[in-house]
Ligand binder design. Structure first.
Ligand SMILES: Nc1ncnc2c1ncn2[C@@H]1O[C@H](COP(=O)(O)OP(=O)(O)OP(=O)(O)O)[C@@H](O)[C@H]1O
Ligand SMILES: [Mg+2]
Length: 263
């Protein structure tokens, strides 16, 4: 059997006395959409920060396609194909939509400094290819008409889709999405779900944190549930939503019942 795309093994991080992630283990198979859910403060964003290298673990291991990555700096992990979006949008507001997507591509487009500075033909060729790819991505997320607009002027839902386009620009092996639907109105959420379905259809492996349970249950192949940093449940959406431990710690009986009803 091939190695999982992402493997989290007995991962723990302590902030003072608090174990924000506590002995958590799970794996994400290539091409799958894996949900990570749980109450506020359960440790979901902290787990993303551990995977991306913004927080160092107290103990445990993180592997990408079988390779230990937990000692690498963030940029080293990005180079191996990790990309993420943030719970609160972090973007350069003054850049155009097109420029923003291009910042997601690898610095210098893989060219040597002299080639960049002297604008050698090899650099110009790489630059053209990058521009072409950026247009493709903008079109893919449905922002082609807004390509020249200032990123900061886009409506909120479009900014979130732009953030996804930027994260896709490096051709990630694993895309981490931290509450992509937060703050969206129903039609923006619907468009986002269609976009993530499209990505799933293209085989992009995703780890998704989200509080919109209908969204999560429809999109994910498998779900891991955290509570106070610990994994309390894992399985297919239909198993997780009827797990009494999940209903008690997070969903509540009312939400659990509404998830059973046909959509
Ligand atoms: N850098 C830090 N220093 C100290 N405590 C932290 C730090 N980062 C997170 N925490 C704490 O770790 C716990 C987990 O927080 P985290 O942000 O990971 O939760 P979450 O599951 O993403 O919650 P939400 O659904 O509200 O986004 C919280 O108690 C939080 O206060
Ligand atoms: Mg969070």
């Amino acid at each position: 059997m091939s190695a999982p795309r992402l493997e989290i093994a007995q991962l723990t991080v302590r902030f003072g006395g608090l174990a924000a992630v506590d002995d958590a283990s799970f794996a994400v198979a290539p091409g799958r959409v894996h949900g990570l859910i749980g109450p506020n403060g359960a440790g979901k964003t902290t787990l993303f920060n551990l995977v991306c290298g913004l927080v160092a673990p107290t103990s445990g291991a993180i592997r990408l396609d079988g390779q230990r990555i937990d000692a690498l700096p963030s940029w080293g992990r990005a180079k191996l194909g990790l990309a993420r979006t943030f719970q609160n949008i972090r973007m350069f507001n003054d850049m155009s939509v097109l420029e923003t997507v291009m910042t997601g591509m690898h610095a210098g487009l893989g060219e040597s400094l002299p080639a960049v500075l002297l604008r050698l033909p090899s650099f110009r060729k790489a630059e053209r290819a990058a521009l072409e790819k950026a247009w493709e991505l903008i079109d893919f997320v449905g922002l082609a008409d807004a390509a020249r607009r200032r990123s900061g002027d886009l409506p909120y839902g479009d900014q979130r889709r732009l953030e996804i386009a930027r994260a896709l620009a490096c051709g990630p092996r694993l895309l981490l999405l931290d509450e992509p639907a937060a703050g969206m109105n129903p039609s923006e959420t619907h468009a986002l779900e269609a976009l993530l379905e499209k990505l799933k259809g293209r085989g992009v492996t995703m780890l998704l944190v989200e509080h919109d349970m209908h969204f999560v249950m429809r999109l994910c192949d498998e779900i891991t549930v955290l509570n106070f940093g610990r994994k309390i449940s894992q399985g297919a959406p239909s198993d997780v939503r009827s797990d009494p431990a999940v209903v008690e710690a997070y969903l509540g009986a009312k939400v659990a019942r509404s998830l059973e009803a046909p959509q």
